[in-house]
Design a binder for this molecule. Structure first.
Ligand SMILES: Cc1cc2nc3c(=O)[nH]c(=O)nc-3n(C[C@H](O)[C@H](O)[C@H](O)COP(=O)(O)OP(=O)(O)OC[C@H]3O[C@@H](n4cnc5c(N)ncnc54)[C@H](O)[C@@H]3O)c2cc1C
Length: 160
């Protein structure tokens, strides 16, 4: 039977702090409360800890600890989802991508961009528009939701 650990002990928290730095590991109730809900109505699941990695290397180290100890991990972008996907229903770790917010490259010739997952939709849209390009996805939450696909490469289309 699969078992998991919904809370973390001090030694595990210390390991996460070593990876991300103390200010990017939230475990006090008042700090992590807002990560217990998204824009889905009525649900509230507070995680044991919120981590905010700044690189793929940090994410890899976090995931190694989670796999080693059976700790659930819930990725979270801006928390604007309407179907509860970012809610940590099993406790454990919320892995926030909010510090992964760099547009690495906009390749105008091949109409491809390389971005980190925490880039805000509207910020990306503005960046391609400065180059005369158009990024079509246009959710009403574009000013806050992240470009959050797992793929870090995406297509942009020429302005119509
Ligand atoms: C006012 C309002 C208007 C909206 N309008 C629209 C609309 O017009 N069209 C529309 O489609 N949606 C709309 N939405 C819904 C919402 O904004 C989108 O679903 C948005 O794409 C979610 O992005 P997020 O960064 O907030 O993701 P989150 O809510 O944080 O996460 C969504 C899901 O993606 C997962 N996830 C997040 N980041 C990663 C990652 N890096 N790797 C793997 N998994 C990840 C999470 O675990 C979760 O399951 C609206 C929401 C609001 C509040």
């Amino acid at each position: 039977m699969f078992t998991y650990q919904s809370t973390l002990n001090n030694s595990q928290l210390e390991e996460l702090i070593q990876i991300c730095g103390a200010s990017n590991v939230l475990f006090k109730e008042e700090d992590k409360e807002i990560y217990g809900s998204d824009e889905t109505e009525d649900y509230f699941f507070v995680p044991a800890v919120v981590v905010k990695p700044a690189s793929a290397d940090e994410i890899s180290k976090i995931m190694k600890i989670a796999n080693r100890d059976g700790i659930p991990v819930t990725p979270r972008g801006a928390g604007t989802g309407l179907s509860g996907g970012a809610l940590p229903v099993f406790g454990g770790i919320v892995l926030s991508t909010e510090r992964l917010n760099r547009i690495i490259e906009i390749d105008e010739r091949n109409l491809q961009a390389t971005v980190e997952p925490g880039v805000i939709n509207q910020v990306f849209r503005d960046a391609v528009e400065e180059k005369g390009l158009f990024y079509p996805p246009d959710p009403a939450s574009r000013g806050s939701c992240f470009w959050e696909e797992i793929w870090l490469k995406m297509r942009v289309d020429p302005k119509p």
